[in-house]
Design a protein around this ligand. Structure first.
Ligand SMILES: [Mg+2]
Length: 218
């Protein structure tokens, strides 16, 4: 089956949604969340990292400080992702925000689904966070039309190996859309077709470049 594989930040979704809505929301609520869940299993991972890196036997307060610091530095830590996902889940469910989607995304996806393509996602945000963005999106619940989700468990987004791992799941005929040329370079080496998405203005690129999905016919 032919697959269209999408990055999220800068491709389907405004980078500002992640940096100006999701990150601050988790930052503001981290302390209260941990105080409400002092036995949260992810805290064992936080303590393990603090022991390995700083040689400290962290109490709850130190764990909270570390998690807040990791949000500020955008550290990709499994425990942070797990806890942020749970904080965001509450935010989405409470209607505090909806997952941002550029207006051309859903019409293009509907067109491509009808043409027999499947839709898949590859983002450095956890699969859990990806499902929340599309499950509680500004266009409603899009999870029924997304066939596969991949995060950095398959590898980093600039590594060829990751795209080869994805290919093992979804097959060889894949077009990958991203705003970052290094990610597209790696995908291309794995044999993917590539399209660079520029949401502001189109800049010269070795990859096919578009400003909106309405410009692309799969
Ligand atoms: Mg991106």
């Amino acid at each position: 089956m032919k697959t269209l594989l999408f990055d999220i930040e800068g491709t389907t979704t405004d980078i500002n949604f992640v940096h100006k809505v999701l990150f601050p929301y988790s930052l503001e609520r981290m302390e209260a969340f941990i105080l409400r869940h002092p036995q949260h299993p992810a805290l064992d991972l936080v303590r393990k990292t603090l022991l390995e890196e700083k040689n400290i036997d962290a109490n709850l307060e130190t764990c909270i400080e570390a998690l807040i610091g990791w949000i500020r530095t955008d550290r990709k830590h499994g425990a942070l992702k797990q806890i942020q996902g749970e904080i965001w889940q509450h935010g989405y469910a409470a209607g505090d925000f909806k997952g941002h989607l550029y207006p051309d995304v859903l019409p293009a996806w509907q067109r491509w689904l009808e043409a027999g393509f499947q839709i898949a996602i590859y983002s450095s945000g956890s699969v859990q966070a990806q499902k929340l963005i599309f499950g509680y999106s500004s266009e409603g619940d899009l999870t029924p039309i997304i066939s596969h989700y991949f995060d950095t468990k398959v590898g980093g987004k600039r590594e060829v190996e990751s795209y080869l791992n994805i290919q093992k799941v979804i097959g060889p005929d894949v077009t990958f859309f991203s705003d970052i040329s290094e990610e597209l370079d790696a995908a291309k080496l794995a044999g993917f077709k590539t399209v660079q998405v520029f949401r502001d203005e189109v800049k010269p690129s070795a990859h096919q470049s578009i400003k909106s999905f309405s410009e692309f016919s799969a």
